[in-house]
Design a protein around this ligand. Structure first.
Ligand code: PYL
Length: 259
């Protein structure tokens, strides 16, 4: 998992409505609807969860703006979100005493807990499903369609599972052959010269997806940070690229807590 930088999430809260509109233009659904679909939640309860966002100083420490970005995303989904006064274990304790749920991240894991139901949400799985659901909505249907998933890590494999369940024919690409062993999909370590109509890019490398991998209609859903797509601006302009650093994954985590 790539550690976000402050500049990756700078102004995120102020841009949520714009992102919602962009997602609507591409997928025919906004952040809340895509996240509910990814989570399998049939109806989103009117009353949001009261959730504590706990800053964590462990490892490389606090990322400036991270907790407030998470808070903004949760509030945009209808949650009553607040950042705890305390950090780390004291912050967790504070949240357990006054909220219905808690969300927090160190450098290894980003997870959320619903105190009442015990439901756990984890960002890698949530992000994979979120971007896969967005791709499915953008495509209209992926039944019988081939989708290339770049990156056999937790995000890519969660996406591959979701996409296979949508009836698509998944091919997973990774440069490390050992990561492809035993997967229930077609796999490859080489995509040179191959173009795909649908791509889910979930790698932590830049420019994994080259122009030769695209048709003039290719749609890319890219949770990967940094964005692993060459010449992304043309795709973005044509509404054929779904990419955001934290919003969709966090939104699916929240919906997972409501299951
Ligand atoms: C959750 C993001 C999504 C992509 N990479 C993940 C990441 O950057 N993880 C590190 C998050 C650290 C947060 C820090 C804080 O401000 O509480 N401990």
């Amino acid at each position: 998992m790539t550690r976000l930088r402050e500049k990756d999430i700078d102004g995120l809260g102020a841009n949520l409505l714009r992102l919602d509109g962009e997602l609507y233009d591409i997928c025919g659904a906004g952040l809340r609807e895509i996240a509910a679909r990814a989570s399998g939640l049939l109806t989103v309860p009117e009353q949001g969860l009261k959730i504590g966002v706990v800053p964590v100083t462990a490892g490389l420490g606090i990322i400036g703006g991270f907790s407030s970005a998470v808070c903004s995303i949760l509030r945009c989904l209808g949650a009553e979100a607040e950042i705890t006064e305390e950090t780390d274990a004291a912050g967790m304790y504070e949240s357990l005493g006054r909220n219905e749920a808690t969300i927090l991240a160190d450098d290894k894991i980003y997870f959320a807990l619903n105190h009442k139901t015990g439901r756990l949400a984890e960002n890698g799985s949530a992000t994979g499903r979120g971007f896969a659901a967005a791709l499915e909505l953008a495509a209209g249907s992926l039944e019988g369609e081939q989708v290339m998933v770049a990156g056999a890590g937790p995000v890519g494999l969660a996406a591959a599972d979701y996409l296979q369940k949508c009836g698509s024919e998944v091919i997973v690409y990774d440069i490390a052959p050992e990561k492809l062993k035993g997967l229930p999909y077609k796999v490859t370590t080489d995509i040179r010269g191959q173009a795909f109509a649908y791509i889910l890019e979930a790698t932590s490398s830049a420019e994994v997806i080259k122009a030769e991998n695209l048709t003039d209609k290719t749609i890319i859903s890219a949770p990967g940070m940094p964005l692993g797509v060459e010449n992304a601006s043309a795709l973005r302009k044509e509404g054929r690229l779904i990419h955001n650093p934290l919003e969709l994954g966090t939104a699916v985590m929240y919906m997972d807590l409501l299951l």
